[in-house]
Design a protein around this ligand. Structure first.
Ligand code: ATP
Ligand code: MN
Length: 270
C-alpha cells in the first residue's frame, strides 16, 4: 500500500510558497528554517511577527473567501506572483491549522475583494467597521425582526449630489464616526428608517435617510432583490463610493464596488 506522502504528497510538492492563515506562534516556528519556498502569513493581525504579512479585514468564515482575499492581497503586494503554486494552510474545523489546499495564484481570477478594503477611497478601518455593523445588524435584527440597511461609504460629496433627503438628517450638525460604540447603537436604531446612510472616507456619518438617485442602467443584482440593492450597486458606479447592503428579505450582507457585487456574506456564519 502506498504511504500517505504518495497519495497526498502532490498537494504540497514543489510549491513556490506556503500561505499560513492565522498560524499560532509554535506553528509558524516550524517554518523558520525553510528556504526552498516562501512563507506568507495572512490574518487579521500579524501575531507571529512574520516578515511577509497580508492583513485580512475580518476572519472570513467561508474558507474560499478567506483564501481568495489572502491571495488577492498577496498578489497585490507582490509577495506571490501570477502562476505561483501555493499551499494554503488554514483552519476549518478547529482553532488550529487543520487543512491544506493547493491553489495556483491567478491574477485573472481577481474578484476585487481585497481592493474593497485596501484600495477603496474610504479608510480600510471604516469599511471594516461598517461591514461589522451590517453583519451584527443582520444577526440580531431590530427587536428580533429582520431589518435591511444600506451604507454608502466614501466619496460622500458626490454621493450627496446624487441623492436627496427623505426626511430631516439626524446627523446634520453632529461629528460622529463609525467604529465608536455609541454610533453603532445609533446606526442600528436608525436602520429601521428608510433610505441610505452616507459615510465619508474618514468615517464621519454625513447623513441618514438619503434616497439615492444613481443611473441604474446596466447594473446586475441577484434575482429576488429590489430597489435597495439596485441603488446600492448603481451608486458605486456613478461615484467612487463602495456600498454595504443588508437585505431584509434574504438576510445576507453584500458589498458593491464600481457597480459590481464583490462580496456576499451570511451574518449567521459570524
Ligand atoms: N434609491 C434608494 N435609495 C435609498 N434607499 C432605498 C432606495 N430604494 C429603496 N430603498 C430602501 O430599501 C427598502 C427596501 O426596498 P426593496 O424591497 O425594493 O429593496 P430590496 O433590494 O429588495 O432589499 P431587501 O432585500 O432588503 O428587501 C425601501 O423601503 C427603502 O428604505
Ligand atoms: Mn425587497
Amino acid at each position: 500500500m502506498a504511504g500517505l506522502d504518495d497519495v497526498f504528497g502532490d498537494l504540497f510538492a514543489s510549491v513556490d510558497a506556503v500561505v499560513l492563515f492565522s498560524p499560532s506562534g509554535s506553528y509558524y516556528e516550524r517554518f523558520t528554517d525553510v528556504d526552498d519556498f516562501d512563507i506568507v502569513v495572512v490574518g487579521t493581525e500579524n501575531a507571529v511577527g512574520a516578515e511577509t504579512f497580508v492583513e485580512l479585514p475580518l476572519e472570513f468564515d467561508d474558507v474560499s473567501d478567506r483564501v481568495r482575499f489572502g491571495l488577492e492581497g498577496a498578489l497585490e503586494q507582490g509577495v506571490v506572483e501570477d502562476g505561483d503554486e501555493l499551499a494554503c494552510a488554514t483552519s476549518v474545523f478547529s482553532d488550529g491549522i487543520d487543512t491544506v489546499s493547493r491553489v495556483r495564484a491567478d491574477a485573472e481570477a481577481h474578484t476585487g475583494i481585497y481592493d474593497l478594503f485596501a484600495k477603496s477611497r474610504a479608510d480600510p478601518e471604516v469599511v471594516k467597521s461598517v461591514l461589522e455593523v451590517a453583519i451584527e445588524l443582520g444577526k440580531k435584527g431590530q427587536k428580533g425582526k429582520p431589518v435591511g440597511a444600506l451604507f454608502v461609504v466614501g466619496d460622500a460629496g458626490k454621493v450627496m449630489n446624487k441623492s436627496r433627503p427623505l426626511s430631516y438628517n439626524p446627523f446634520e450638525k453632529s461629528h460622529v464616526h463609525v467604529g465608536d460604540p455609541i454610533v453603532n447603537v445609533m446606526l442600528k436604531e436608525f436602520s429601521r428608517l428608510d433610505g441610505a446612510f452616507i459615510i465619508s472616507d474618514a468615517g464621519k456619518i454625513v447623513s441618514a435617510y438619503r434616497y439615492l438617485e444613481p443611473s441604474a442602467e446596466g447594473i446586475d443584482i441577484p434575482k429576488g432583490l429590489g430597489a435597495r440593492h439596485m441603488a446600492g450597486g448603481a451608486i458605486t458606479r456613478d461615484t467612487n463610493a463602495i456600498s454595504i447592503v443588508l437585505s431584509e428579505s434574504d438576510g445576507l450582507v453584500r458589498a458593491f464596488k464600481a457597480g459590481e457585487l464583490i462580496l456576499e456574506v451570511d451574518p449567521e456564519a459570524y
